[in-house]
Design a protein around this ligand. Structure first.
Ligand SMILES: [Zn+2]
Length: 255
């Protein structure tokens, strides 16, 4: 007979991807006993801990992927966390397969083990990753609508954003931004010429998320302006040629 903590220790090792053989050798528990607990689906924790809840909390292994996913999450992400139902969902426009693949890829790089699925809805695809550890990874999760929550990045998250600002901006633009082209014509030496003005727009109702975006743009030396809607600040526009060129190089349009 083994006590609960011994069982738990063995199952945590298995959940970390170790072979039954090596767990058996380390714990002295027979392989058949471990297999028996696994097949009986012991009501013990079988999800391995994540980089935030295992030992002293650490930074994500793939910080660039985290910065991008944080941008996507703040833009179009949602966490469900209730008994028997835990997942992170990023809603992507269905006509942007590149974004759907990038979102899924970033989820797998940040938390490698959970299952991911894609759920097609009208005009969009929900990419989901099932793990209760998404609340460790994005502690901003809480009841209520995201734009009503006080979103403050924790120090370790801010450090990741500071180290990978372009990835963070890319995630935000991919979820809540777009690259549009305005045009106009002008007479030059008797000839009508067409001029195009590409710009990046970022739209989010949350003052806090817009500020996270503009603070990061400031650090990157990108000029931006507020556009108002019904007198309220709403869109952030990047239209200066040099700034648009930087975003074209490091972010690019969503595809
Ligand atoms: Zn965790």
């Amino acid at each position: 007979m083994y006590d609960v903590s011994t069982r738990k220790r063995a199952l945590v090792l298995v959940a970390q991807g170790r072979s039954l053989h090596s767990v058996s050798r380390e714990t002295g528990i027979s392989r058949s006993a471990i297999r028996h607990w696994l097949t009986r689906l012991e009501p013990l924790e079988r999800t391995p801990p994540c980089f935030r809840c295992q030992g002293p909390p650490s930074a994500p292994e793939d910080a660039a992927a985290y910065a991008y996913l944080l941008g996507l999450y703040l833009g179009d992400g949602y966490i469900i966390s209730k008994p028997r139902q835990h997942y992170l969902m990023i809603t992507c426009t269905a006509s942007w397969p590149g974004l759907i693949a990038a979102a899924e890829d970033a989820m797998r790089k940040v938390l490698p083990w959970p299952n991911t699925t894609r759920l097609q809805r009208l005009g969009c695809v929900d990419v989901k990753s099932f793990s209760k550890h998404w609340t460790c990874v994005f502690p901003q999760h809480g009841p209520g609508k995201k734009h009503e929550l006080p979103i403050v990045l924790e120090a370790w998250q801010q450090a990741v954003v500071d180290a990978h600002p372009w990835e963070f901006v890319r995630g935000l633009i991919h979820s809540d931004g777009c690259r549009i082209t305005n045009w106009t014509t002008r007479m030059v030496k008797g000839e009508r010429k067409r001029y195009e003005y590409p710009r990046y727009l970022f739209t989010n109702v949350s003052d806090v998320i817009r500020r996270l975006y503009t603070e990061t743009l400031d650090k990157l030396g990108i000029e931006w302006t507020h556009c108002t809607r019904n007198g309220n600040p709403y869109d952030i526009s990047v239209a200066r040629k040099a700034s648009v060129a930087l975003l074209d190089t490091y972010v690019g349009p969503t595809y």
